[in-house]
Design a protein around this ligand. Structure first.
Ligand SMILES: Nc1nc2c(ncn2[C@@H]2O[C@H](COP(=O)(O)OP(=O)(O)OP(=O)(O)O)[C@@H](O)[C@H]2O)c(=O)[nH]1
Ligand SMILES: [Mg+2]
Length: 381
């Protein structure tokens, strides 16, 4: 059962559409939805006790086995609600962590998710980390007499966090070497960024003819994939990276844990910001993506906005021209309208990319640099 509490903050999702998508992406099926208004969260139950009774009645009537809140609950609120409702209660943050945990494929991705999850759990006293006890086998973990279970759990989590951090650092050192090697090859790096489900992987696949996993679920991609892309107009190869999608209120632990993966975006020479223009929420999603980009220090990297899924737009909302400008806080940003699914607009996108590569390079390199390509000059393949 999905519950949303309108606290008068912007971006309240009255239909709980995104929470529903997140739940489905985690393999759950929403059976009931309930929203209510409150001026401020109740310290003990987040909602009032009357509302909590209402939630319980609807949960029982609909046969719900778990209650998911769209807003972040404090450990105490979560615990009290679970007692009150006699059902497991989780929030959006844990749901996102859960999806990341299910999706992580690479060694590094798994470590990053585990770290974020442990950091989240370490603030909660309810025991939800039984898998840890299995992993560590319990040897050497038994403290002196009188040590309470919770102290034991805390110590176990603390030690696991330390261990995972060390392993992560080792993996990341290797990655940095790889990144440096790529820099040495003078690659021009383009990263696909955007809200989750915008169509980044679909576009990546149609641009480089790869077969990266694309699916109608949130966070289908967690690991960065990079392929070479040939741009005929400038006669050169660039490297294109598909990255993890962003979402509003991305759990903080995840931003930290995924710093290395997100670093891919920071290291790019150009960002292709993919937008699902058929989504009624796309202006808000653009804003959220820009916010995360600023958070990871990528706000000054040149961007091209790619308005994807034009095939899903009603006839009266179809763009007048394939390439135009989008006003982002008073700054015009180049925008290309495409459909990664039908291939519409991809040629225009390649042309814009070529222009951008020339433009960014000429600002990056002095004109005496042999790699410098003057504006408008044709270069054979
Ligand atoms: N109608 C339409 N659907 C599209 C288009 N491009 C992608 N999709 C669909 O949108 C969904 C998400 O596509 P993905 O490419 O996985 O999106 P993503 O941005 O990589 O998503 P995450 O990796 O989850 O962040 C899939 O069901 C795609 O088939 C398009 O041009 N038109
Ligand atoms: Mg993807």
């Amino acid at each position: 059962m999905l519950v949303g509490v309108d606290l008068g903050l912007p971006h309240f999702d009255a239909e709980l559409e995104e929470l529903g998508l997140l739940a489905e992406s985690a393999g759950l099926s929403p059976v009931a939805r309930l929203t209510c208004k409150r001026r401020a969260p109740d310290a003990a139950l987040f909602v009032g006790s009357g509302k909590a009774d209402e939630i319980k009645a609807l949960a029982v009537a609909s046969g719900a086995q778990e209650v998911l809140f769209d807003q972040a609950l404090s450990p105490a609120q979560q615990r009290n609600l679970e007692r009150h409702l006699a059902l497991p209660v989780n929030d959006r943050t844990l749901l996102i962590l859960e999806i990341f945990a299910q999706r992580a494929r690479s060694h590094e991705g798994k470590l990053q998710v585990e770290l974020a999850r442990l950091q989240y759990l370490s603030t909660r006293l309810v025991r939800r980390w039984t898998h840890l006890e299995r992993q560590s086998g319990g040897i050497g973990l038994r403290g002196g007499p009188g040590e309470t279970q919770i102290e034991l759990d805390r110590r176990m989590i603390g030690e696991s966090i330390k261990r995972i951090k060390e392993r992560l650092q080792r993996v990341q050192r290797q990655r940095q070497t790889q990144r440096r090697q790529r820099e040495r090859r003078d690659a021009f790096n383009i990263s696909l960024v955007g809200y989750t489900n915008a169509g980044k992987s679909t576009l990546f696949n149609s641009l480089v003819k790869a077969r990266t996993y694309a699916a109608d679920q949130l966070f289908a991609t967690l690991d960065t994939t990079t392929r070479q892309l040939y741009l005929g107009d400038v006669g050169r190869l660039v490297s294109l990276s598909d990255t993890v999608g962003f979402i509003r209120d991305l759990p903080h632990g995840l931003v930290d844990a995924f710093q290395a993966t997100l670093q891919e975006a920071v290291d790019a020479d150009l960002l292709l910001h993919v937008v699902d223009c058929a989504s009624p929420n796309h202006p808000e999603q653009i804003e959220q993506v820009q916010r995360v980009l600023a958070e990871i220090g990528a706000q000054n990297i040149e961007q091209v906005l790619v308005f994807n899924k034009v095939d899903a737009l009603a006839p009266q909302r179809q763009p007048i021209s394939q390439v135009d400008g989008y006003d982002w806080q008073g700054q015009p940003v180049d925008r290309v309208w495409i459909s990664a699914r039908t291939g519409q607009g991809l040629d225009a996108l390649r042309r814009v990319l070529s222009q951008k590569v020339k433009q960014v390079q000429s600002t990056q390199l002095g004109s005496d640099d042999p790699r410098f390509i003057p504006h408008g000059e044709e270069v054979g393949p």
